[in-house]
Design a protein. Structure first.
Length: 236
């Protein structure tokens, strides 16, 4: 006969499980940054709030990336360097600081994406945290390409163009975080509204690569998770 926990104990258990999960915090951080960035942008100091959201994502990324002490130390250095460059550029805007800021952040998110993906592919049982990890990988792919697009826009100011013919702010350090993420996920999900168009050849190639990566990831991973779930049910 199943044992029903009291509501108080059940709530504590749920909070404990959530706090100790590797990927749920990162899922919350990624979704929060996507939802809050466009809202805070319209207010005073909105750019600084967006910077804070990026730092929240970085902290959650560190929590999800712990595998070995050596690799974790490298990730901490990359995270610290990203935060330091973010603060310095806010105080002293320079092009080279804007470019340098993207590099450790790109390394950090790309590495975590690979680590989580390997963990998901090697697991033998589907859990809630496994599903959260799968969601994280999909969203991280979008954020990684958003960083790359932001870097391209920093180096090539006319890399993106609005359908009206006006320029579009796409780099993180000028309040273009939302635009960069929007374009990246519109490409990843193959929605492609067409209001923002890639003008530079390198950006067009990257957009095609991201669209292919998104479709292949969903096809392969969903088949993998469904196959594992059916296998477990058959054994039970």
């Amino acid at each position: 006969m199943p044992v029903t926990l009291p509501a108080k104990d059940l709530g504590r258990r749920m909070l404990h499980d959530f706090a100790n999960a590797r990927y749920k915090w990162l899922t919350v951080a990624l979704i929060s940054s996507m939802l809050l960035a466009p809202i805070t942008k319209e207010f005073a100091y909105g750019v600084r709030v967006i910077d804070g959201l990026l730092l929240f994502v970085i902290v959650a990324t560190l929590r999800a990336s712990y595998r070995s002490r050596a690799r974790f130390l490298v990730m901490i250095v990359a995270a610290a360097l990203t935060g330091a460059l973010l603060v310095v550029h806010a105080l002293v805007p320079r092009l080279w600081l804007a470019v340098a800021f993207h590099l450790p952040l790109l390394y950090l998110l790309a590495t975590v994406t690979a680590l989580i993906l390997l963990d998901i592919l090697s697991t033998t049982r589907v859990t809630v945290d496994t599903i959260a990890g799968a969601i994280c990988v999909y969203m991280l792919i979008g954020f990684v390409f958003a960083i790359v697009f932001s870097l391209c826009a920093t180096l090539v100011p006319d890399a993106f163009l609005h359908v009206s013919g006006s320029k579009v702010l796409m780099h993180f350090h000028s309040g273009g975080f939302g635009n960069s993420v929007y374009f990246s996920f519109a490409t990843l999900t193959t929605v492609g509204y067409g209001d923002v168009a890639p003008r530079a050849e390198i950006v067009r190639s990257l957009a095609v690569l991201e669209a292919m990566a998104g479709q292949l990831y969903l096809t392969i991973l969903v088949a993998r998770l469904v196959g594992m779930h059916i296998s477990v049910l058959a054994k039970d």
